[in-house]
Design a protein around this ligand. Sequence first.
Ligand code: MEZ
Length: 503
Amino acid sequence: MTAEEKDALLEQYHPDYNLSSFAEIIVGPNKGEKAPKELVELLQAKSRVQGMTLDLAHPDYDVDVLVIGGGGSGASAAIEAHEAGANVMIVTKLRIGDANTMMAEGGIQAADKENDSPAQHYLDVMGGGHFANVPELVEKLVMDGPDCIKWLNDLGVLFDKDKDGNMITTHGGGTSRKRMHAAADYSGAEIMRVLRDEVQNRKIPVVDFTSAIEIIKDTEGKAAGAVLQNMETGEILIARAKCVIIATGGAGRLHYQGFPTSNHYGATADGLVLAYRAGARLLYQDTLQYHPTGVAFPSQIYGALVTEKVRSMGAQFVNVNGEAFMHPLETRDVAASGVIREVSRGNGVHTPLRDGIWLDSPMIDAIHGEGTLEKRLPGMLRMYLRYDIDMRKVPIVIYPTLHYQNGGVRVSVNGMSDVENLYVAGEAAGGVHGRNRLMGNSLLDVIVFGRNAGQEAGKQFKNVTLSDLTLEHVDNFEKECEAAGIHTDEVSPKILPDYRRKK
Ligand code: MEZ
């Protein structure tokens, strides 16, 4: 496809262009901009602390660095802040590792091979993101990439290697070099295993099943902690901190436009809400990633991720007429739009929940030899075998699934948001991927920017003296909502999705 053909395809079929599913934000730093309706509702909802009397002067926890979120970026941040000498604590609404990092499959990019360079990686990231990316963030991502792979390898991540011990790397959509490092097709789980071990080995306290429901500031406007709520007992706890790092991940469980999702149960955009009410600006909150290959059949795993690595290894998109209608490694936004177009033209494969497209998985063993799919994609094979589908022998049926929020809280290259001492890392931050992320740059993002936020907060806390703690910004935000005529029963952050049948 030419660039013009791709633009036309995106405009007509990509869900980001479906304007009726977006609304205008009418209060706060991004007033006048658009975001998915579900997100706007949460950004402008009532605070969970409304009506509570809180004793901010006597906190339950008092730390140097508070990390909110127990996924890859949260764990990396905590490790680095601890390394810098901070008294650091992680708080997570589920358990450490219950996160999108754990569910990442195909791999992590980094330009550490001889035929590659960070400059080459930079061009790919910028091209994939439609050149809307924040250049300084991209530079940081690609320059720190090789060192992050070494860091993970040294910590004990079991990357796939050849018999000489060299990392095996593959292509992803939109990559000009093979730079996807993987641990079979459970790369994120393997990375998370090691990060979690490291957090535990360092005896970093983890307060689990406890959700952050509001950022606390001090009277000078600096971030100064968070209001926490125990998920089981409802008990409210106050954490005071000299620096706060939001590492709460994405928003797939908001099911924008009715899409299923590949995300974990807690992906409800909490970090965006917390940061927004504290005064931080969002960036590219209107751009989402629909992974081209979510499961369309069987219905029991509808929306689950079929890793892009299936296509990296040779599988093709094939329509009901047996035509391979698109290059399998177009960038994700283009590939997802191509699949949607093909189905909407009536060229889809009919299944009970929705029509999809064949992904010709038997090509993998046909190209690379028998046993390859089992060795390189064991998770995929097992997922389908549970339903008596042997993807080595028959193609599978896919359709796009909501996978990633390309945007998030705006940060500078030191990871700080517009609010002093409030850092944001990983999927909750926006800018590095522009308007479309490439495969494997999310795992890299959580490691590079998680570590970066931890290192920066690990330096910064030493300069911080807190004045009195306050939630005045929350009251002011609510007043602004009232003045704008917003009347809602919705409270936020959402914390968990609600799958109960509506009456
Ligand atoms: O970066 C991702 O989103 C990723 C590696 C997903 C996948 O297809 O495996």
